[in-house]
Design a binder for this molecule. Structure first.
Ligand code: C6P
Length: 406
């Protein structure tokens, strides 16, 4: 894959920052930039198709419905789900996890029952369950990590008992870049008869995900992290499990019949999609997935792995550099959290920004992980398919320059 060839699809990448520096965008784990193909498809829909879906008999409504349901089919294919009934559109990973936490605990958990999460989870996969802790008295059990940021599978196995109802872990850490052995995690859970939710926010943009091959029970991801629009994401769930969950929100679209005495609910996936969906964003998401599929996730993965290896090697040359997460790039995705000497991460991020380099600083919505690492935050560079070795060189030169200022 030639990163230079795809860059022309992303107009924002030609921007000059502070009227001086070419943009070096390395905050892709927070959100990716959008290719023309995505923005133009959404503009085209607003200009030429716009109408509410599933409701109208008129031409535009039918066309909009076809586009929206076509997008669902694109997502199904992308994840290799069995049916479109298993693809629920949400606002993003956060909403997908909240949906499972609430509906699953309502259906299957009572006081004292347990969910297994890990020490490297994003807040969305901790707090969603804590809300159920408050509502229903469920308990969180936590898989510890090693000092280099890998899940301790030996400890994971010990967490199962007769109160374990679900495992909910991230595929890739948004801080450490660790690619977790989710297939093993799922297999072990299934040996105990326990279903698994995988948080795929940081994996779907970088590697091929096949939900049937993984055999996960739920899988969540966000559109905006995979070159799609904000405000849309996906929850995949195995049909037989989704069928057993109660609805998440009440409103239009999720019902079959309503009376004051009794309401019956719509079929999957609509039971979980109350209200007017973001049908233009679903088009944008589908075009983003087409975009990624046309380039090929294998090619994207190879390019980003090369970039990550190059960045880890070049950054390690900087005196005082500490990189978090596994040293092995085969299990370290395109996210590099780092700390240089005692330069505060916020100072580092702010000064890099003055050079046109966008990185993220702070706790990255993973405060328990920060506590485990004994730090308050890190500086984080994260890569996408359009990043280049030259941009890594610019980051390294930028860090050196910041170092000289201290
Ligand atoms: N992480 C980051 O900069 P939403 O906000 O719903 O699209 O995704 C939430 C989320 C869930 N899980 C993981 C592993 C994530 O990385 C994220 C979002 C961003 O790291 C924003 S905090």
């Amino acid at each position: 894959m030639q990163a230079m060839q795809v860059r022309s699809d992303f107009p924002i990448l030609t921007k000059t920052i502070y009227k001086k520096y070419p943009l070096v965008y390395l905050d892709n784990a927070a959100t990716t930039q959008k290719p023309r193909q995505v923005v133009e498809a959404m503009t085209e829909e607003y200009y030429n198709v716009n109408a509410n879906v599933h409701r109208g008999v008129h031409f535009l409504s039918q066309q909009a419905t076809e586009l929206h349901e076509g997008s669902r089919e694109t997502v199904r294919k992308f994840l290799n789900a069995q049916s479109t009934g298993e693809i629920v559109f949400t606002r993003g990973t956060t909403e997908s996890i909240n949906l499972v936490a609430q509906c699953f605990s309502d259906a299957f958990m009572k006081e004292g029952d347990e969910v297994i999460v890990s020490e490297m989870e994003h807040h969305s996969n901790i707090v969603s369950w804590q809300l159920q802790q408050q509502r229903k008295g469920i308990k969180l059990r936590v898989i510890p990590i090693t000092d280099d940021g890998q899940l301790r599978l030996d400890e994971y196995e010990k967490l199962f008992n007769d109160r374990t109802r679900i495992v909910s872990v991230t595929h890739v850490s948004n801080v450490l870049g660790t690619i977790n052995p989710v297939k093993d995690i799922i297999r072990i859970a299934h040996e105990h008869g326990v279903p698994v939710l995988i948080d795929g926010a940081q994996s779907t943009p970088h590697m091929k995900v096949d939900v049937r091959e993984l055999d996960c029970d739920f899988f969540a991801f966000s559109g905006h992290k995979i070159y799609g629009p904000t405000g849309i994401g996906v929850l995949y769930g195995k049909e037989q499990l989704l069928e057993k969950l109660p609805p998440y929100m009440g409103g239009g679209e999720m019902i079959k019949n309503v009376s004051f005495e009794r309401t019956t609910f719509n079929a999957l996936p609509f039971k979980f999609e109350a209200g007017t969906p973001d049908y233009v964003a679903s088009t944008g998401l589908a075009r983003a997935l087409d975009y990624v599929s046309n380039i090929g996730l294998d090619a994207i993965e190879a390019h980003e792995r090369d970039l990550t290896a190059y960045a880890m090697q070049r950054m390690a040359e900087i005196e005082g550099m500490k990189i978090y997460g596994p040293a092995d790039v085969n299990i370290h995705d395109a996210v590099i959290s780092f700390q240089v000497g005692n330069i505060h991460h916020l100072d580092m991020g702010t000064l890099l920004d003055r050079l046109g380099i966008a990185v993220r600083t702070g706790h990255h919505c993973a405060e328990p992980l920060m506590r485990r690492l004994g730090i308050k935050g890190t500086c984080r560079a994260s890569f996408a398919l359009y990043n280049t070795r030259e941009e890594v060189d610019a980051l390294v030169a930028g860090i050196q320059r910041v170092k000289q200022m201290f």
